[in-house]
Write a new protein. Structure first.
Length: 715
């Protein structure tokens, strides 16, 4: 009887309190415990002593042989990082020391096994205590640790769908086992961990199922639960408005006091703001950002990085720079993530001057660029065509002791070699990567982008034999060929005037089900157009239409150019109109082609109309296009002077309003034409009045009206 009472005392006063604190630390780490601690209110918070919890969880002794009690064994297990010491060796040592393990010991051992990647031991330990004849039975902490271990495994294997599905089924199986044990009640940690597993397995529906069950069994969701659900909504591949609304409803419910004892914090706001951005609702994200500040929740570096990244995706560089400057004024430290976001925003907005300035600011702030930033910078300098700067950065990163290049940065520098036509460097770098990857499995391994980038280099060089070798290597290997690879090869064959091989690629794409866009068809149309084979080009257009692929801007422009070249201007004009009607907006290239085609084929009125249309659309054309239209206006012998002057001055006026520059000499000639027109009008007017009227007042009044018209034209 005494023994039984002692066991009850030990269970009540030692095991359960210890297991409770230990369970939180094991399953979520100290970060989650701090999360819980910092959100406690009132007298309860005062009772929680964080330092005592740290001491209870993490106290350990240096040597196993000094462990003389179960508490010391448990502490040693928590701090053990020696992979040679597995769970069953420790249990044997305890048995020899005459110490019987309890459920806390088993929980610590299961957690240690997961931590040291000894998953088989974790399973065996669970099976051992799951036997109903075993004196030690699992408790809720056991299940929490098991589910969390599976969450880590799912995360490690997220690229393998079959493995993820198998591990997620284990999570659901463990939860089913837990439901069968009526004496063990799941707590908020259990449900939060299960919802975490759903997120990693991309099973949003199951996550909401766990959330509903949580409320049904009377377990109160905490702030972590709601933040995790919002994270699930953000990570969902289903971008329906209803999912975004669920995230907004969660925040609204908490702010309106619908969740007793829970107040929205920065973490929740960051999650909801990030969700809005995922759903491309930048305005709503900005609104929540301002709401967060108005509630006295000041943004952290994480908040700023989320917002700056959002402005980058929406090409709003000014807003991103305002936040960056706000951080400086508020003395909030900028880290590599902030600089990565702002530099990426500069590149996306083609403000490469600012990209370079931000890179220099980062150096001043003593922040070492990470691989992602180096990659963004290399791409930016490549876009600026400052190839030497890109190569210099790559060399700096490669020799850094704190930096490990990945295959992405290698692919970027290979692309830089292609764009700079530095083929010697391209092939040397490619061979170097192949050699190192072959001899060292830890070196970045080549992927399909690596090979296809070099293949593009061979295509640009005109060496289609070498390009085809890489193509066949990819085709016959374990690589999934995409549209880009086929487009690259087709363009190479087009340049080489090898129409047979180019057409064969289109057949290959169809045979293996590669999704095709208008790009491959445009390449083939352009190939036939350049060869003067109009019939073959139009046959490709028909094939394109049969495949249900709508022509894009490149396709239309290529066809328009072909009709202009073959002097079929009416067809070109009709096609340009059809393009606009179908919703494809012309760009400066297409406007340049059609306008110059009209000018040189005696369609001056159409050219003028399209020129004015382009100016109003704020599309800047080449100086040659403006000069050609004005030149033909000035020298045209079939159009009367007043009409020529009207069109010329109207074009100049529209250009001036858009701040588009015009050649000074051409502008002077237009003004001379205007003077000539006005002089002719004044002579005609004077003669008419002199011949028909003797009234000086009528003459003077008429002349003043004429001067008003002249002043208006000069404006």
């Amino acid at each position: 009887m005494t023994t039984q009472l002692l066991n009850v005392d030990y269970l009540t006063n030692v095991v359960r309190p210890y297991a409770s604190d230990l369970g939180v630390a094991l399953v979520f780490g100290l970060g989650y415990y701090l999360f819980k601690f910092l959100n406690k209110k009132g007298d309860e918070a005062k009772k929680v002593k964080l330092e005592s919890v740290k001491e209870k969880v993490f106290t350990s002794v240096s040597k196993w042989e000094n462990a003389k009690s179960i508490q010391k064994y448990n502490s040693l297990i928590i701090s053990n990082n020696d992979r040679s010491t597995d769970a069953f060796k420790i249990l044997n040592a305890m048995q020899k020391a005459g110490i019987n393990p309890d459920i806390v010991t088993y929980n610590c051992l299961i957690d240690m096994s997961h931590r040291l990647d000894q998953k088989e031991q974790a399973v065996k330990l669970y099976e051992e205590i799951s036997d109903f004849t075993n004196p030690v039975q699992p408790d809720i902490v056991t299940y929490n640790i098991l589910i969390k271990g599976l969450v880590f495994e799912i995360r490690e294997n997220r690229d393998n769908k079959e493995t993820v599905e198998s591990l997620f089924n284990k999570v659901k199986s463990i939860f089913s086992d837990l439901r069968l044990r009526g004496n063990i009640i799941p707590n908020e940690i259990t449900f939060n961990t299960a919802i975490d597993a759903c997120i990693e397995a991309e099973s949003l529906e199951t996550a909401w199922s766990f959330f509903n069950e949580m409320q049904e069994v009377g377990v109160k969701p905490d702030l972590y639960t709601y933040s995790t659900l919002v994270k699930a909504l953000k990570c969902s591949t289903d971008l329906s408005e209803s999912n975004l609304q669920k995230a907004l409803d969660i925040l609204s419910k908490i702010n309106q006091g619908g969740c007793e004892g829970i107040t929205a914090d920065e973490i929740l706001y960051n999650s909801v703001i990030d969700t809005c951005i995922k759903y491309n609702k930048i305005d709503k994200a900005e609104q929540l950002y301002q709401e967060m500040i108005s509630k006295g929740i000041f943004p952290s570096t994480i908040t700023y990085s989320i917002m700056i990244k959002a402005y980058g995706t929406s090409y709003n560089l000014d807003a991103a720079l305002n936040l960056y400057n706000e951080m400086k004024l508020s003395h909030i430290k900028r880290n590599d993530v902030i600089y990565g976001c702002i530099i990426n925003c500069c590149v996306r907005c083609s403000r490469l001057d600012l990209m370079n300035e931000m890179y220099e600011n980062m150096i001043v702030d003593n922040i070492e660029p990470n691989v992602i930033i180096y990659n963004t910078l290399v791409k930016g300098f490549n876009k600026m065509r400052r190839f030497n700067k890109a190569f210099e950065l790559f060399e700096k990163m490669s020799t850094s002791k704190h930096m490990t290049p990945n295959i992405v940065i290698y692919n970027s520098i290979l692309d830089c070699c292609v764009e700079s036509k530095n083929f010697d460097k391209l092939f040397a770098t490619y061979e170097d990567i192949k050699s190192k990857a072959k001899n060292n499995e830890n070196f970045p391994q080549l992927n399909v982008i690596t090979h296809s980038t070099v293949m593009k280099g061979y295509c640009k060089l005109g060496d289609m034999t070498k390009a085809k070798e890489i193509y066949n290597f990819l085709k016959n290997g374990n690589y999934q060929l995409d549209e880009v690879i086929y487009n690259t090869m087709a363009d190479g064959y087009s340049r080489a005037k090898d129409s047979t091989s180019a057409l064969a690629l289109l057949s290959d794409m169809k045979a293996i089900g590669v999704i095709r866009s208008s790009v491959i068809y445009s390449i083939l149309i352009k190939m036939y157009s350049n060869e003067g084979k109009e019939v073959e080009a139009l046959r490709i257009v028909d094939e394109m239409n049969k495949d249900g692929i709508k022509p894009g801007l490149v396709t239309y422009t290529t066809l328009i150019q072909m009709f202009i070249r073959t002097k079929k201007l009416d067809k070109a004009i009709d096609l340009f109109a059809e393009m606009k009607k179908s919703g494809v907006n012309p760009d400066n290239v297409s406007y340049n082609f059609i306008i110059n085609g009209c000018v040189f084929n005696k369609k001056l009125e159409v050219a003028i109309s399209l020129l004015i249309e382009s100016i109003k659309a704020n599309i800047k054309l080449s100086d040659e296009s403006y000069n050609n239209v004005l030149e033909y206006l000035l020298t045209n012998k079939f159009m009367k002077t007043p009409e020529r002057a009207f069109h010329a001055t109207n074009i100049c006026k529209e250009l001036k309003e858009k701040n588009f520059e015009i050649d000074y000499e051409m502008y002077s000639r237009v003004m001379r034409l205007l003077f000539k027109k006005n002089d002719n009008e004044e002579k005609t007017y004077t003669n008419n009045y002199k011949n028909n009227y003797n009234n000086n007042d009528s003459y003077n009044k008429g002349k003043e009206n004429l001067n008003k018209v002249r002043r208006h034209n000069f404006k």
